[in-house]
Design a protein around this ligand. Structure first.
Ligand code: HEC
Ligand code: HEC
Ligand code: HEC
Length: 122
């Protein structure tokens, strides 16, 4: 009985659409490609930013709403839109470099959202 309850809780966690946490937190994109991470923790005062730097001109306060924009892609970034408003090689590292800084990839995405058992738990 206890085992069954635990199983149900685990299934609940896995199926929860945990794309972001409550605080702004980490936002994981999967369109058009799977596995881009935006971290609020990396974009605070330490980076010289406040909420107004992005909200609401560049991004709304709704996780993954921007994925509805058909031009949410690398071309737009290189033209200074979305993340590219800052990631231009001057204010922050250029979006045409360091791909893996933003692209956590499919494995990172699935791990962050608990979509598969990586077998690495203690
Ligand atoms: C460098 C840009 C940037 C800064 C600075 C920033 N945000 Fe965000 N925020 C984003 C992005 C990107 C999203 C996701 C929008 C999307 O996916 O459409 C977001 C989404 C959010 C969300 C929605 C999260 C959810 O789960 O739906 C909240 C709440 C939020 N931000 C709060 C804040 C607050 C409060 C601050 C200041 C302390 C802040 N943000 C600063 C870029 C930023
Ligand atoms: C308002 C400006 C601004 C916007 C918009 C912005 N960033 Fe940044 N970002 C910065 C600054 C400033 C830094 C810190 C300086 C640096 O690393 O070059 C940073 C750092 C980062 C880092 C490195 C984090 C670390 O811990 O080293 C990543 C990854 C990143 N941003 C991804 C993104 C993504 C993805 C988006 C769009 C969803 C985005 N940023 C939008 C300004 C911005
Ligand atoms: C500053 C963050 C950032 C950096 C650096 C970055 N990307 Fe992206 N990339 C994004 C975002 C945001 C998206 C759109 C969201 C998604 O597809 O999940 C995206 C989407 C893409 C896409 C699908 C859309 C398209 O334009 O075809 C490809 C392919 C891609 N990136 C390749 C790259 C490569 C290759 C590099 C390194 C040269 C790179 N990215 C560096 C943030 C970044």
């Amino acid at each position: 009985m206890k085992k069954m309850l635990l199983g149900m809780i685990l299934i609940g966690l896995v199926s929860m659409p945990a794309y972001a946490d409550d605080s702004g937190g980490d936002i994981h994109y999967d369109q058009p490609v799977v596995g881009v991470l935006f971290s609020h923790a990396s974009h605070g005062e330490d980076a010289g930013l406040d909420c107004d730097s992005c909200h609401d001109d560049l991004f709304s306060m709704e996780a993954r709403a921007v994925q509805d924009e058909p031009d949410f892609n690398m071309l737009a970034l290189s033209e200074g839109r979305y993340c590219g408003a800052c990631h231009d090689g001057e204010m922050a590292f250029s979006a045409s470099t360091r791909c893996a800084s933003c692209h956590e990839g499919a494995i990172g995405f699935r791990r962050a959202l608990g979509l598969e058992d990586t077998g690495a738990r203690h």
